[in-house]
Design a protein around this ligand. Structure first.
Ligand code: FAQ
Length: 338
């Protein structure tokens, strides 16, 4: 499945002894047999760590990903557009929650995962560090960002870890609605006035390359891919998914009558693929290092939202404690009456 040699670091923890080696071999045999791994099953610590890393990064991406779109809820051009955008952003909150729950089954609490994000110790997708300057950006995010997310996440429905794979099924169904609402916004703009079409073109110009970066570094530089493929967490490499996305998306852009901001984009008849130009990996590295156009703003918004929600968490905990006390008192009373 992997088309390029992967320069991957083996993240498997050192195997302690023959018993541990036998366990690891049995674990790998289950994976090879396409069995699902469930939370209470034995798993290598490195498998647990890899999944916790990927699932929590994914959860953080959904949550931070609400911010660029949330920016347009109050400025959506019609009531229908506003309702659809609100629903989409709420879906993303839901995806974040399923994903935090899936990550928790691996033994790290949600509070700790939040702390990692808020302290700047956790990654979230690079794409959410770009600004949404016009309404067309909402169309471009749905069409391109959700389109890329679906391409990446459909194979995750077959991930070896049960809770993650199951969460992905519903997430992908919802992402598919998101992608359609985005494409429909683009279609409306492209069939509108010349100014509206120019807005759609400008959004494509700004979002195209960052969307290609969403799939992660090229295979030769992807440190986790090799091991994640062996564990059937990843079913396709970063470059393979990127190519699938380009192949699916270019005809959609052509239908819109838009031009991709890549002079090297050309159809390779023999291979049956759209070939694209060089990606600016330096830009990707800068965004990951916290120097993208909106990194600081996004983190500040998340920290402020978390602080502003402190009273809700406290109230929910107090309410839960009160219900638990009442339930215990009721159980005591019933026991005494019996
Ligand atoms: N941004 O060795 P690899 C969405 C990091 S959800 C930031 O190739 P891996 C829904 C990577 O973490 C979008 N960091 O890593 C939505 C690693 O760093 P680490 C999120 C990135 O894990 C739509 C290092 O580079 N989707 O869009 C990125 O095997 C609209 C080396 O990379 C997911 O998270 C990046 N783009 O492959 C919401 C899907 N790429 O951890 C709102 C699940 C790589 O060693 C609106 N995740 N890095 O410090 C995955 O499939 C994988 O984690 C990859 C990366 C493919 C993202």
């Amino acid at each position: 499945m992997y088309t390029q040699a992967l320069n991957a670091r083996d993240t498997t923890a050192p195997v302690a002894g023959p018993e541990e080696a036998a366990r690891a071999a049995r674990f790998q045999a289950r994976i090879d047999a396409e069995e699902r791994i469930e939370p209470n099953d034995w798993m290598p610590e490195a498998y647990r760590r890899t999944l916790t890393r990927q699932i929590s990064q994914h959860a953080h991406s959904e949550i931070v990903g609400m911010l660029p779109e949330g920016n347009w809820i109050t400025r959506a051009p019609t009531l229908k557009r506003k309702a659809a955008l609100l629903a989409k952003v709420q879906d993303e909150a839901g995806h974040g929650l399923y994903l935090y729950s899936a990550a928790e089954t691996l033994g790290t609490s949600r509070e700790e995962l939040f702390d990692q994000l808020l302290a700047g110790r956790a990654k979230y997708s690079s794409i959410f560090n770009y600004p949404t300057l016009t309404w067309a950006d909402i169309g471009a995010i749905g069409w391109l960002v959700d389109g890329a997310a679906i391409m990446n996440q459909i194979p995750l429905c077959r991930c070896s870890y049960g809770p993650y794979a199951r969460a992905m099924i519903r997430v992908c169904k919802e992402e598919s609605f998101h992608q359609r609402q985005g494409y429909e916004i683009m279609l409306t703009l492209c069939r509108g006035t010349p100014e509206q079409k120019a807005m759609a073109q400008d959004a494509l110009n700004r979002w195209w390359w960052p969307c290609l970066m969403m799939f992660g570094p090229p295979d030769a530089e992807s440190q986790h891919s090799d091991q994640s493929a062996k564990w059937k967490i990843k079913r396709f490499s970063n470059d393979e998914l990127r190519q699938k996305f380009v192949d699916a998306t270019v005809p959609q852009g052509q239908y819109l009558g838009l031009t991709f901001p890549d002079p090297d984009l050309a159809y390779d008849e023999a291979a049956g693929h759209w070939r694209y130009g060089a990606i600016d990996w330096e830009e990707f590295k800068q965004v990951l290092a916290g120097n993208g156009p909106c990194n600081r703003q996004r983190m500040k918004q998340r920290r402020d939202a978390h602080a502003a929600g402190a009273w809700v968490r406290e109230a929910a905990m107090a309410h839960a404690a009160k219900r638990a006390r009442r339930a215990a008192a009721k159980a005591d009373a019933l026991q005494q009456a019996a």
